[in-house]
Each structure stands twice: as C-alpha cells, then as structure tokens.
Design a protein around this ligand. Structure first.
Ligand SMILES: [Zn+2]
Length: 284
C-alpha cells in the first residue's frame, strides 16, 4: 500500500467515514425495465420504492405497471431527484400477457389509457413469432410510429422483425435484447435496424469469468448508444434484488471505458427521453 493510500485509509478511519469510492463516482443508473405491479403495492409502497431507488443510485426510470395505476402512483410521489418516464402497459391483469394482442378488452383499456396523454411508449408487452402479425399489433406499431412513442417488446427476433416490417422506423426497446437471441444475430439486427435499443436484464451471458463477457464488450463498444440496463421487477421477490442488480451492472460496466459505461448506465436512457442527465452537476 502506498503512503498516500495508507494516509487516506487512516483519515477514513479517524473521521469514521467509508474509504470506498466517493458517492459522486458511483455510476447513476437509468432503469429501463421495471414494473410496479399490483402484487407489489402492499409489500413495497410507492414511497419505499422511491427510497430504494435513491439509495441504489437509480436516477431515472422507465416505469410500466399492471395495471397502469402503479406507474401513476410512483409519479404522484413527485420525487425531484428521480425522473420517471411512464410507459403504457397493455395489461389489466396478469393473463393479458398471453393474448393482449387479440383482446377487445385490452384494446378498450389501451384506448382509455392513451387519453391521459402522458405515456412516452407502449410496453413492456410479450409477443412472439407470427403472433406479431395480429392486426392489433400492427395498429399499435403504426400508432407508436405516428405519435413518436417507443415500443418495449419482450420478443424473439422473428417478432421484432415482423413489428419493424409493419412500422418501419418505429423506435423499439428490445427487452432482454432478445433474452436468448445469439450475439451474432443481435449484432446483425443492430446493423440492420438503427432504431432498436437493447435492454439488458436477464442476460445471464453478460458475465463471463467474473467480468464482462468479451463478446458483449465488443458489441457495446461498437454500439455504445444502443444499450440500456433494467431491473425487470416482474414478480414481487425481484424487488429485494434491485440493490444487487445495480451492483452487478456497475461491476460489468466497469470493464468499459468510463464514457461508454456512463452511456449504458444512464445517459442513453436519459437521452432517449430528453431528460437532463442525472450525473451532471452542470447542465449542458
Ligand atoms: Zn419485464
């Protein structure tokens, strides 16, 4: 240990503070995949969600909830330091995820929710393969493109490509970056469709031998503006993992140059929605 390091450690001990990296060096995060679903409301009330985000350094959130009242409740907290971007989730109840694209009830629900005029996107929704040719999926994709809304799709590559054929140029966040889609296919699709952004939750292959998988690193360096992170609190127990997930992303991103890590951690998410980047002390 160097003399300076010894001195710093001693100072830390003497004044009783942590000698870990100062808080301002911790990467802020933009959580681009979270759900505040009805089952979680009693377990972790909205003020506690805000407190958790604050503690963990999540400074912006793409919020989606089943039903959408969860998102409205989070926004009603009016936390000045946490920017919430609401997405319209087309689910009233859990089983809607299987047939929302064929449901008149969901259509009526979405139409009613759209009237709020607050949503920046639609999703996360689940759709796979040829189901993406359902007429309602086609009209949602075209509506999103017309209104400048994002889609947030949990889909295989086949469904993503069908959606993009229905509404070329529509902005699409690809939940889990396809989850099981091969890296070669992801790379090919990123080249072919510049309007896709990959969200990284549940990509267990991000980590290899305790650090960022070199194949992912190469793709992130090639497309530093095209990835965002997410916690995906799709079931209530997942809320107790948010802190660990934040630490995981910071650990993986530390293998990248700082500017790339910052983009993937929060700057991309903030830029997509025109928010002021959380980590900047001076507005740019
Ligand atoms: Zn999800």
């Amino acid at each position: 240990m160097s003399r300076v390091a010894r001195l710093a450690l001693l100072c830390g001990i003497l004044i009783g503070v942590s000698v870990q990296a100062p808080a301002q060096e911790q990467l802020p995060l933009f959580d681009a995949h979270m759900h505040y679903n009805v089952e979680a409301w009693a377990v972790i009330p909205a003020p506690k969600v805000i407190a958790l985000w604050r503690k963990v350094g999540i400074r912006g959130v793409l919020a989606t909830s089943r039903p959408n009242d969860g998102t409205l409740e989070l926004m009603a907290q009016q936390a000045p330091d946490i920017q919430i971007v609401p997405f319209l989730r087309p689910y009233r109840v859990q089983p809607d995820r299987h047939d929302w694209f064929n449901s008149k009830g969901v259509e009526a629900y979405v139409e009613k929710e759209l009237k709020r005029g607050i949503y920046r996107g639609i999703g996360e929704f689940h759709i796979f393969g040829a189901d993406a040719d359902a007429p309602y999926m086609v009209s949602i994709a075209r509506l999103a493109r017309e209104r400048g809304l994002w889609l947030h799709a949990h889909s295989d590559e086949d469904a993503v490509e069908r959606i993009l054929r229905h509404a070329p140029g529509v902005k699409l966040i690809w939940a889990h970056t396809g989850m099981s889609t091969s890296m070669d296919k992801v790379e090919q699709m990123f080249a072919q469709y510049p309007n896709i952004v990959g969200e990284l939750s549940y990509r267990g292959d991000l980590e290899e031998n305790g650090t960022l998988n070199p194949r992912w690193k190469q793709l992130m360096l090639k497309y530093p503006d095209r990835f965002v992170v997410g916690t995906d609190t799709w079931v209530t127990p997942r809320w107790s993992e948010v802190e660990n997930l934040a630490a995981f992303y910071r650990r993986m991103l530390s293998a990248l140059p700082r500017d790339v890590a910052e983009r993937i951690a929060y700057r991309n998410g903030m830029a997509m929605f025109g928010l002021k980047p959380a980590g900047d002390s001076q507005p740019k």
